[in-house]
Ligand binder design. Structure first.
Ligand code: BTN
Length: 254
């Protein structure tokens, strides 16, 4: 990628016209010893993966489907916080690329208004009590027109092109994302987690202050999202005034 000025992220780039999933390929490469910051990009994914076992729409020519191999020297407990760090970078990059304000829906989606333009799928592989590597998978809808989304996504998905009103060069999108992400990633590694980035996260959030329904493995919680804690859990105040910390859930806006 011409003009990429990062030190670590994207120093090695593996490009494929077509893969099943860049996360899958990145995992293989990571086990083969690929270096910290290796970027895997594909034009098209035939088995793009979303969270919770869902498929991720990844047609050729239209998006950025990428995975970064990262090797932070942290305990596995901190891996999920990397998603939050990446979300800050993505939200900033998209706002600067489009001139419109993007925002983070906790934990791993980037939205414009009420529509999603990007999702993150972080997969951690541990070795005893250390992170062996993390695959940070990022899917960005870049140049689709509304009519190019499958019917079921049309009302909930958006692309950078639709927001900006003109198409974007995908390599520039990658460059912007990596440029915003690198210093945040380095801070996360240096400080051993997400906590010092909380305020920055909140500036990009569209979640805090909203009435939400959190669908967790142990049932549903309804209330107002009031904060994010040092570990990255979403704090939801229920009707009774109790504050519940949510570590993993699907968030629905009420
Ligand atoms: C989600 O919102 O559910 C997460 C979507 C993550 C999609 C990206 S595209 C690149 C990488 N490879 C995959 O198979 N998935 C992630």
């Amino acid at each position: 990628i011409l003009g990429l000025k990062t030190d670590v992220l994207g120093r090695e780039i593996v490009y494929r016209d077509q893969v099943a999933s860049t996360n899958e390929l990145a995992t293989e490469l990571a086990y083969q010893g690929a270096s910290e910051g290796t970027l895997v990009v594909a034009d098209q994914q035939t088995g793009g993966r979303g969270r919770r076992g869902r498929a991720w729409f990844s047609p050729p020519g239209k998006g950025v489907w990428m995975s970064l191999i990262l090797r932070p020297k942290l305990s596995p407990a901190y891996a999920s916080q990397l998603t939050l760090v990446a979300a800050i970078a993505l939200s900033r990059a998209f706002s600067s690329l489009t001139g419109q304000q993007a925002g983070i829906k906790w934990p791993n989606d980037i939205f414009f208004g009420s529509k999603k333009c990007c999702g993150i799928l972080t997969e951690m592989h541990a070795d005893h009590d250390r992170i062996h590597h993390i695959v940070l998978g990022i899917g960005i809808n870049v140049n689709m027109e509304s009519s190019e989304f499958p019917e079921e996504l049309r009302d909930i998905a958006v692309s950078l092109r639709i927001v900006k009103g003109e198409s974007l060069v995908r390599s520039k999108v990658i460059q912007s994302v990596l440029t915003y992400l690198e210093p945040l990633y380095q801070q996360y590694v240096r400080e051993g987690g997400f906590s010092s980035l909380r305020e920055e996260w909140k500036l990009e959030s569209i979640t805090i202050g909203r009435n939400v329904r959190a669908v967790t493995p142990r049932g549903e919680i309804e209330g107002t999202a009031v904060d994010i804690d040092e570990a990255g859990a979403l704090c939801v105040m229920t009707e009774s005034g109790e504050i519940v910390r949510i570590h993993s859930a699907e968030i629905l806006f009420n």
